[in-house]
Each structure stands twice: as structure tokens, then as C-alpha cells.
Design a protein around this ligand. Structure first.
Ligand code: XUL
Ligand code: CO
Length: 441
């Protein structure tokens, strides 16, 4: 089988990554991700729905605020359109060799912007045709695409929340083009991450008006998307800050409040990124659970942060405690439906070998496969679930049940409060050691 769609193989010497099992010493093999293995009635592949993030894997070249590029890509060309086509070949070769069923991209990742907005639209539509050919040839599908309305200098004061109407209209033209492309490519979701949709100082900002403009623009995008036949989920990806100081969709809870404030709950869900949740002072599984509890778990940007760094380090997930806790929420949610696990993660700036891109994804996929297996065992055994059910059992009958059902007023409740209280342990340390049993036994 040919894993590359162009004339040229870019990642020479690396073939399809296969499952070899946990005793394998081959760095270029899966130890835990066995795509056809059945777990609770579905294959690993169906549960995990992995996606490759175009921007980190094929665009980010190691540049950081202190230094220039470190990575040499095998596909670059001085002609921007040729470069984009080569990159598409490399992206589909890589995604296919990794056995990832999906990919995700921003407009700016796949097509050169061009000199003006006419060129922007032409380039993006032309590249969409190229991507479609490669989707058809490989079977790799589009999990989501999105608009980059944060890198270009015109977005320095915001995109749809910009105080200048002309910038709001420019953003709309990009969003409209990206939605057209999504439908052409059969995208399962469409993402809004409000990178510059926030502010730095109230001294120059009408926050109420900006938030209303964001709601207005997303409503228009929803209406247009549905009109042209987009049947997937619209997703808001919360993040508390970076690049703005205060981003409007701070975390899962505030994104859901935003969605409900603007009456978008039938069409919108959340795309939860691990490192964004931790930047907001939460854990990854906390933000996933907030979404699950609200029927709003759309998709996941699978990465991890650094416990000591207060910024978005976008590391590949390797912490199996975190992947297990995430998979517990996802499994109990009944899965991710149209969503998936998108590796919004980049190899470190000094991981400069082309094979490092493979090794990074192998590590991430194996970490989630392990998390899936352990979470499934935990759920099948039911020990944590029965502990939690028991912990709330005083609400299952009698007065507790009347309280939950809204059949009690405050005076009645207060009259029951004049009693000695028996302390009931929360048993956290016991549960943590039980969790370790599942991790290591
Ligand atoms: C930025 C981030 C984005 C979104 C898509 O922190 O996560 O890459 O996922 O715009
Ligand atoms: Co992300």
C-alpha cells in the first residue's frame, strides 16, 4: 500500500506505524494503541478518533519569542503555492503513516494568504480542492477547520470584537470562506477559538459591546453554516488568556454561559483543550466534566501543560493519570460523538529530527490508549461509581428526595436542621490509592 499521495515520499525510511505490544523496544511502534482492539463494544480507533493538527505538525518551525526556526521540513518550496501543495502531500503521508483517521487546520495553515482578500479566497478554495483529492485518496477525514483571526496584524485589537467595523467584516469574510471549505470537505465540526476575542485594558474597552458583537457574529456564522448544509457541531474552544489578558470564553463554564446567553445551545458545544483548562486554574477533567454535565462535550484538543510554567506549552500528552481521568469523563459521556482527540501539541523546539514528529504522536496516542483501557476497567468494576452513589444516598429517599424534587420550602428544610451532625469521611486518600491500583496492577 502506498501511504503517500504525491510523487514524492517526504518521510523516507519511516513506514506505517504498527502496533507491536507493550514489550516492543521499537520506538517507531505503538505499545498500547491497538486500533482494532475492542473496549466496551467499540474499537480503540472508534473511541479515540485521533486527529493531526496541521499547524503544529507542518507549520510551526520552532520559532519562539527568543529565537528563529530550528526545524527543517522536507517539503518547503520558495513558491508559496507549491509549498502549500507539497505540505499537503507531507501532511497526508504523515497522517496516513500514523494511522490517524482525522486532521484539523486553520485557513492560514493550508493556503498562502496572498496580496489581498480576493487572492485569499482563491488560494483557500484552490487548496481545498487539493485537500479533497488527498482525503479521497487516503480516507483521512476532516475533524474540523477554523479561521485564523489572530495572527495577522489587522486583528491586533480583536477579530469580531474589534472596535473597528471593517475588521469585523474582514473576519466575517474569512469565516464565510472557511465554512464554505468545511462543507466542501465534509467537516464534522467547525471551531471558534477567540485568540484575540478579549481585551488588555478596560481603559480602552467596552466589554459589554464587544461580547455582544461576538455573540452576533457567531449567530450569523451558525445561520450561514446551516444554510449551506453544514450539519456538524459548531465548537467554542475556551482559553482564559494568551494572547489577550482577558479572553471572553475563559473556561468551559463561561463558554457554556456565553452559548446559552446568545441562544446557541442547539448548535454549539465546546472543544476542550487540556492546557487551556490548566491555564484557567482547573484540571483537564474538570472542564471536560463541566461540558459533559451540560451536554456540551463536543471535541478535545489533546495536549498537556507544564506544571511549573504559566503559559500554553502545548506538549504532547504523556501523563497517563491525566489521560485516564479524561477518558473516564469521555466514556461516561458515551464518547465524543462527532468530536475527536486532536493533538493540538507541538514537539519541543529542540526535537529537530523529522522522526521526532512520529515519536511525539506515538507517545500521545499510546498515552490515550492506556488511559482508555484503565478508565474502562475502572468503569466496569464500578467501585468509584458505587462510592459516589453511596455518598449522595441521603438524597435517594425521604426528606432528601423531597428536597431534590423541589417539594420542600426553606422553612420545612430549616426545621430539619436542628440536629447533631455525624461527620462522614470523604475518603480521598483511599480513593487515590485505589486509583493507583488500577494504574499499576
Ligand atoms: C491556541 C489554540 C488554537 C486552537 C485553534 O491556544 O489552541 O490552536 O485550537 O485555533
Ligand atoms: Co487548541
Amino acid at each position: 500500500m502506498n501511504y503517500f499521495t504525491g510523487n514524492k515520499e517526504y518521510f523516507k525510511g519511516i513506514g506505517k506505524i504498527e502496533f507491536e505490544g507493550k514489550n516492543s523496544d521499537n520506538p517507531l511502534a505503538f505499545k498500547f494503541y491497538d486500533k482494532d482492539k475492542m473496549i466496551g463494544g467499540k474499537t480503540m480507533e472508534e473511541h479515540l478518533r485521533f486527529a493531526c493538527a496541521y499547524w503544529h505538525s507542518f507549520n510551526a518551525n520552532g520559532t519562539d519569542p527568543f529565537g528563529g526556526p530550528t526545524m527543517e521540513f522536507p517539503f518547503t518550496d520558495s513558491d508559496p503555492l507549491k509549498d502549500a501543495v507539497n505540505k499537503a502531500d507531507a501532511a497526508f503521508e504523515f497522517t496516513t503513516k500514523m494511522g490517524m483517521p482525522y486532521y484539523c487546520f486553520h485557513d492560514a495553515d493550508v493556503a498562502p494568504h496572498g496580496k489581498n482578500m480576493n487572492e485569499y479566497q482563491k488560494n483557500l478554495h484552490d487548496m481545498a480542492k487539493e485537500l479533497k483529492k488527498r482525503q479521497d485518496a487516503t480516507g483521512v477525514k476532516l475533524l474540523w477547520n477554523t479561521t485564523n483571526a489572530f495572527s495577522d496584524k489587522v486583528f491586533m485589537n480583536g477579530a469580531t470584537t474589534n472596535p473597528e467595523f471593517d475588521v469585523v467584516a474582514r473576519t466575517a469574510l474569512q469565516i464565510k470562506t472557511c465554512l464554505d471549505v468545511n462543507v466542501e470537505l465534509g467537516g464534522q465540526n467547525y471551531v471558534f477559538w477567540g485568540g484575540r476575542e478579549g481585551y488588555m485594558s478596560l481603559l480602552n474597552t467596552d466589554m459589554k459591546r464587544e461580547r455582544e458583537h461576538l455573540g452576533r457574529a457567531l449567530t450569523m456564522a451558525r445561520d450561514y453554516g446551516r444554510k449551506i448544509g453544514f450539519t456538524g457541531n459548531f465548537l467554542i474552544e475556551p482559553k482564559p488568556m494568551e494572547p489577550t489578558k482577558h479572553q471572553y470564553d475563559y473556561d468551559a463554564q463561561s463558554a457554556i454561559a456565553f452559548i446559552k446567553d446568545f441562544g446557541l445551545e442547539k448548535d454549539f458545544k465546546c472543544n476542550i483543550e487540556a492546557n487551556h483548562a490548566t491555564l484557567a486554574g482547573h484540571t483537564f477533567d474538570h472542564d471536560l466534566q463541566v461540558c459533559a454535565d451540560n451536554g456540551m462535550l463536543g471535541s478535545v484538543d489533546a495536549n498537556q501543560g507544564d506544571a511549573q510554567n504559566g503559559w500554553d506549552t502545548d506538549e504532547f500528552p504523556s501523563n497517563v493519570y491525566e489521560t485516564t481521568k479524561a477518558m473516564l469523563v469521555i466514556l461516561k459521556n458515551g464518547g465524543l460523538d462527532k468530536g475527536g482527540l486532536n493533538f493540538d501539541a507541538k514537539r519541543r523546539r529542540n526535537s529537530t529530527d523529522n522522526e521526532d514528529l512520529f515519536l511525539a504522536h506515538i507517545s500521545g496516542m499510546d498515552s490515550f490508549a492506556l488511559g482508555l483501557e484503565i478508565a474502562n476497567r475502572i468503569i466496569e468494576d464500578g467501585k468509584f461509581d458505587s462510592f459516589i452513589a453511596d455518598r449522595y444516598s441521603s438524597f435517594d429517599s425521604g426528606n432528601g428526595q423531597l428536597f431534590e424534587a423541589g417539594k420542600m420550602d426553606l422553612e420545612t428544610l430549616a426545621a430539619l436542621g436542628n440536629k447533631d451532625i455525624k461527620l462522614v469521611s470523604g475518603k480521598q486518600e483511599y480513593l487515590e490509592s485505589l486509583f493507583n491500583m488500577y494504574m499499576f496492577r
